[in-house]
Design a protein around this ligand. Sequence first.
Ligand code: MG
Ligand code: MG
Length: 248
Amino acid sequence: MIEIKSKREIELLKIAGDITGQTHLYLKPYIKPGITTKELDKLAYDFILEHDATPSFLGYDGFPASICASVNEEVVHGIPDNRRLVEGDIISIDIGACYKGYHGDSAWTYTVGKVDKNKQYLMEHTEKALFEGLSVIKEGAHVGDIGYAVETYALKHRLGVVKELVGHGVGRDVHEEPDVPNYGIKGTGPILKAGMVLAVEPMLNLGTADIGILENDWTIVTLDDEPSAHFEHTVLVEKDGYTILTKR
Ligand code: MG
Ligand code: MG
């Protein structure tokens, strides 16, 4: 069942989303050559706690960190460690914050110093694919409309659409119903109603859509080693559109 959130729940989801967005803004200036992903994780952990929230991903299914930090060919679920970022990397940072039992979820891909044109292209069009997907959201639309919009945009720009991982509902659990795939057929899937809260999150690859998983059983990587980008917002479905809860 897809929950319709109450007024009170929406207020808490707005605060959780706001903390999530603020954590991104806080981290951004630190994303430079030389910093380790573990240092970024610690900065995020401290910031989230200072805002009376807890990191949604820490301990989730045993995940050992507060953020996911996925560099270059890593698609999602990169585990922060002692790897130092170097000039020319891109890094996708996925952040969840839980405030009074309600979650926000947002991922963004950042450049480390100056990156090559291909990576810039990938990032620009993955971010645009997110907003293409969001643009169809309103009461009465179908979940399949979102995936159709994301996929159509991605394929037009010759990017690989990761299909094994999907967006989702957000509420008291960071992952709720429904699944929100980045592919789909218009007019199919559950019908959206005002008060639903969804995370839309295209994961697009510069090369093919094929992915694998590292030996740590978490980190998803592209099979062809080409870079991947990930942009995600948590949004509230409204009568005539949507409101981004994880604004940045
Ligand atoms: Mg996320
Ligand atoms: Mg998510």
